[in-house]
Write a new protein. Structure first.
Ligand SMILES: Nc1ncnc2c1ncn2[C@@H]1O[C@H](COP(=O)(O)OP(=O)(O)O)[C@@H](O)[C@H]1O
Ligand SMILES: [Mg+2]
Length: 348
C-alpha cells in the first residue's frame, strides 16, 4: 500500500525522497572531561543500506546512543570525532552549519526514549506538528501544514486526528505521544529515522504497536531506520541487520536472523540468553560481571573478563572484526572464532 504522504510533493521536498545509505567508518568519539579525555567509541564501523532497518544492541553503556547520535552529529559539546560518517556521498562531519540544519530538519530525524520530555507541555500536539512541518518547509501555508499534520496523525494510526490535534501532551498516553513524536518527524518527510530506545519507556503491548508502526513506515515509505536498544526482543522481526556493541566497539554484525540463529560472539550468546522473549521467558538470565570502565579498557578483548572461553591470548590480543560469512557479510571480533576458522582452512 502506498503511503498517503508520498504523492503530494510540495516546493523544496522532492529532492529529499531518495534515502541515502549511511555509514560509520572507523569512527572514534572522545569526550573532554576535567579528569582527562574519555574515549567512548573505538573504531566503530557499520553500514546502513538505504531503505533498511539496522539495530544497535548491547548493554547500557556500550556506546549505542553515541554511535546513533553521531550519524546526526548530535554529540555532547566538545566531542572529538574521528573516522568518517557518511550520508550518501556526503561527509556529515564536513557539512556546514546550514547544510547540517537542513539535514537535521528535512532528511534525518530523531526519536528519543521519553516522549514526555520531547514535547512542549504547554502547546497542543497540533500546534507542535504544524510548527515542525513549517520548520522543515517554510513554503507550506498554515492550512497546508495543518492538513499535513492531520494526514500524518492518520498515518501513525492516531484515531480521530482532527480532534486530537487540539489535545495537550498530558491528555495523551505514552504510546499516543510516541506516535505524535513519530508524526512530528514524518511531517518533514525525512528519509532517515534515528531511534534511540524508542520503546523503553512504554509498556510491553504499546512497545509492540510502536515497533509494528516503525516496520510499516520502513516497508511502505522506504524509510531508513537506525534503532538503538538494549532489548534484543525489540529487534527480532524489525531489524534487517544487527550490530552488537560492547565497550565502545562492534563485536558482531550481520543479518538479524542469522546473528540470532547462529551467534558467533560469546557476548551475543549471553545477550540472547538474557532476552526474555527470545528465551521464551523460561529463564531470566543476567550476564555476570560488568563491562570494563571505558578509561581502563584491557589490552586484549574487552569481554575476556566475563567470557567462559577466555584464553591467555584473549587477554593480550585485541580481536579485529573478521568475516565469518562472505555473502551475508556476517562479521565478529572473537579470537576463538578466528582460531576455528584457521583450523578449518588448514584442514581444507
Ligand atoms: N556526555 C557524556 N559525558 C560523559 N560520558 C558520557 C557522555 N555520554 C555518554 N557517556 C559515556 O559513554 C558510554 C557510552 O554511552 P552511550 O553511548 O550512552 O551508551 P548506551 O547508549 O549503549 O547506553 C557510557 O559509559 C557513558 O557513561
Ligand atoms: Mg543509550
Amino acid at each position: 500500500m502506498a503511503s498517503t504522504l508520498t504523492p503530494t510533493p510540495s516546493p523544496g521536498r522532492v529532492a529529499h525522497r531518495v534515502p541515502p545509505a549511511v555509514s560509520l567508518e572507523d569512527v572514534t568519539v572522545t569526550l573532554p572531561r576535567a579528569s582527562g579525555d574519555l574515549q567512548i567509541l573505538h573504531g566503530v564501523s557499520f553500514k546502513v543500506p538505504a531503505g533498511s532497518v539496522v539495530a544497535l544492541a548491547g548493554e547500557s553503556g556500550s556506546g549505542k546512543s553515541t554511535a546513533a547520535l553521531s550519524l546526526m552529529r548530535l554529540l555532547p559539546w566538545g566531542a572529538e570525532v574521528g573516522g568518517r560518517i557518511m550520508a550518501g556521498d556526503r561527509d556529515v562531519a564536513a557539512m556546514s552549519k546550514e547544510e547540517l540544519r537542513l539535514f537535521r530538519s528535512k532528511e534525518a530525524r530523531i526519536i528519543l526514549q521519553d516522549p514526555w520530555s520531547s514535547l512542549h507541555p504547554m502547546k497542543s500536539v497540533g500546534s507542535q506538528l504544524i510548527e515542525s512541518a513549517r520548520a522543515s518547509d517554510p513554503a507550506l501555508s498554515k492550512a497546508q501544514a495543518r492538513e499535513l499534520a492531520v494526514e500524518t496523525m492518520k498515518r501513525v494510526h492516531i484515531p480521530d486526528p482532527k480532534s486530537r490535534l487540539k489535545a495537550y501532551p498530558h491528555e495523551m498516553s505514552g504510546g499516543q505521544l510516541q506516535r505524535v513524536l513519530i508524526a512530528m518527524a514524518l511531517v518533514a518527510r525525512p528519509t532517515l529515522l534515528v531511534c534511540d530506545e524508542p520503546t523503553t519507556a512504554l509498556d510491553v503491548s504499546t512497545q509492540a504497536q510502536i515497533l509494528e508502526l516503525l516496520r510499516e513506515l520502513n516497508r511502505e515509505m522506504g524509510l531508513t531506520i537506525v534503532i538503538a536498544t538494549h532489548d534484543l526482543d525489540v529487534i527480532a522481526g524489525l531489524a534487517d541487520r544487527l550490530v552488537v556493541m560492547y565497550a565502545g566497539r562492534v563485536v558482531e554484525e550481520g543479518p538479524t536472523a542469522q546473528v540470532m540463529a547462529n551467534p558467533q560472539h560469546p557476548y551475543t550468546w549471553a545477550l540472547l540468553a538474557t532476552a526474555p522473549k527470545h528465551n521464551r521467558g523460561e529463564r531470566m538470565l543476567t550476564i555476570e560481571g560488568r563491562p570494563p570502565a571505558l578509561d581502563a579498557l584491557p589490552p586484549g578483548c574487552s569481554f575476556a573478563e566475563r567470557c567462559e572461553f577466555t584464553t591467555a591470548r584473549c587477554l593480550e590480543t585485541r580481536p579485529e572484526l573478521v568475516l565469518v560469512d562472505e555473502p551475508s557479510r556476517h562479521r565478529t571480533a572473537c579470537l576463538r572464532v578466528q582460531a576455528d576458522q584457521s583450523v578449518s582452512e588448514e584442514v581444507r
